[in-house]
Write a protein that binds this ligand. Sequence first.
Ligand code: NAD
Length: 356
Amino acid sequence: MQIPADRLRNLAQAIFQRGGSDEGEATQVAERLIEANLFGHDSHGVGMVPAYVNGLQSGELNPGIDVTVEHDRGSFLLVNGNAGYGQVVAAATMELAIERAKELGVAVVGLKNRYHIGRVGAWGEMCAAAGFISIHYVNVFSSNSVVAPFGGSDSRFTTNPYCTALPARNGAEPIVLDMATSRVAMGKVRVAHNKGEQMMPDALIDSQGNPTNDPGVMYSEPKGALRTMGLHKGYGLAVICEALAGAFTGAGTFGPEHLSPGRIINNMLSVLIDPGAFGEREAFDDEIEKFTKWVKASPPAPGVDEVLVPGEPERKSRTERLQNGVPIDDITFEELLAAGEAVGLARDEAMRIIGN
Ligand code: NAD
């Protein structure tokens, strides 16, 4: 089914309010999830609501939480998210980071111990809108590991996302590279599994380490694993994310001691840089504009409509989905209704919010 974005947002908001958030927090979290759906990343959209309800019920996610600044020295800030909603504590932390970068030209900001952060690109876009280049390295503590190291045959860490966002001249759109270091995000395996679809051939291994395109290997015992993107190179970047988000911030790197049911804790190192630090901001904008034009002028390969730069596919998706609604498969919809019931939102009330 295709559901208008505002109705889905209202349903998610109602569930979060029943789960203990005030209206402001519930709205902020719901809007970020819907934004992920609009951007085409259903893996990080309202399909995460059941996982968040699970987090609330297992005590791994705390509603109504403020951040605590643990370390504040010049351009270095370390913030504890106190296992609050990632969407809320990351926004508060990025505001602190932007203030610091305005003052000093650079900010190196650790954010540890906050519940699932969603699309990392959201935080890159926030920094870009304030005029800063930003680089974000993220690691994840979860109920289980999901990604195998290059050459390994079982999972040892998770999908460690990475993002770099570049600000654009006033009124232009930023370049946003925002990605899991696994071949695909785990949520995309969930979506394929729910839809009964197969994955691409290089995304998964079974429990013996053999390549497979069956998403079911992540939902049966003994479990298979996701592969890193770009073979050894993506694996290398995943290790760097673990080191910078986990070891450097003091949050910790992934290991059995961080496994816990209902847990999706993200730690993140963000580096914000003034694009005019080495010259005129104008010159930076000119070069980005020139290079973007140059690469986009490459004649599209057979079967391709247009050469895009990172961030463009998401914006195209948003335009289309704002018009046509967000596609939600039956299993995800049923899981949403069940998550609502688990926090006391009756099915008929949920259906009324959705408009059915
Ligand atoms: P993806 O593979 O769909 O896209 C990755 C990047 O490639 C994006 O920047 C996109 O704009 C760009 N891109 C895609 N197609 C392109 C094209 N044809 N031309 C040019 N650029 C193109 O993303 P993904 O790896 O599946 O990640 C999805 C989301 O999951 C991201 O928002 C990521 O932050 C999020 N994520 C979050 C967590 C977490 O723990 N919070 C973990 C993993 C992933």
